[in-house]
Design a protein around this ligand. Structure first.
Ligand code: DX5
Ligand code: ZN
Length: 232
């Protein structure tokens, strides 16, 4: 077992929730066992889709105590960070290509008291990680190209997870600083064990959870995902 493995986190993405009943959906999914709420922000510029922003984050903040994990698929990044801090976000992640100054953006997130994370698209090299490990609380590896829920898991991500895990373990051995490894896109009950075995400790799932469309369904799928992770 790698040394820096954290307790597993399941983070349902509200991208696949019923937006007409968003508050209820969040209450239900947390009651069903979700650890974090994954909040996908898209700008129709960095990615070809348009979703939600700080206003919606602020609206859902009183609904749950669960950490809100804001995944920024926007460009530029920096101006939104104070707005999400004010809206009650706990974690902010952004894509390597979307910030001109990655180190500065990471510092900006930390200076607002939030956890900071760097996101890697399927084709983005892990090299971006090397010089900012000390400023990162988590990394997010995309297992689909960002922009839409319900896409198929890209199998090549498994090897990349293992490579990232090795980098994070080495960093932990050298410094004692533990960094989470989150994976996002196409995660289902059927493949989550392989994702965990490769080295992930935090799992985003949108359509697999909210596609069930009922509190009982959410509980069942999250429970089965936990069993799979425990077995891995
Ligand atoms: C994709 C988003 C994901 C997406 C995951 O750009 O970042 O968080 O909602 O949805 P599924 O689990 O359906 O692939
Ligand atoms: Zn996401």
């Amino acid at each position: 077992m790698p040394v820096s493995r954290n307790t597993p986190v399941i983070a349902p993405s509200i991208l696949s929730a019923d937006f007409a009943r968003l508050g209820e959906e969040i209450t239900d999914v947390v009651a069903a066992g979700a650890d974090w709420i994954h909040f996908d922000v898209m700008d129709n510029h960095y990615v070809p889709n348009l979703t939600i922003g700080p206003l919606v984050c602020e609206a859902i903040r009183p609904v749950t105590k669960a950490p809100i994990d804001v995944h920024l698929m926007v460009e530029p990044v920096d101006s939104l960070i104070p707005m999400f801090a004010k809206a009650g976000a706990d974690i902010v992640t952004f894509h390597c290509e979307a910030s001109r100054h990655i180190d500065r953006t990471l510092q900006l997130i930390a200076s607002h008291g939030m956890k900071a994370g760097l996101v890697f698209n399927p084709a983005t090299p892990l090299a971006y990680l090397e010089d900012v490990l000390d400023k990162i609380d988590l990394i997010l590896l995309m297992s689909v190209n960002p922009g839409f829920g319900g896409q198929s898991f890209i199998e090549a991500t498994l090897g990349k997870i293992a490579r990232a895990r090795a980098v994070l373990d080495r960093h932990y051995e050298e410094t004692g600083h533990s960094i989470r490894l989150e994976v996002d896109g196409g995660i289902k009950v059927e493949n989550i064990a392989r994702v965990a075995r490769a080295g992930a400790d935090s799992f985003v799932a949108g359509s697999a959870v909210f596609g069930r469309k009922s509190p009982e369904g959410y509980r069942e799928v999250i429970g089965r995902m936990r069993e799979q992770i425990a077995r891995a």
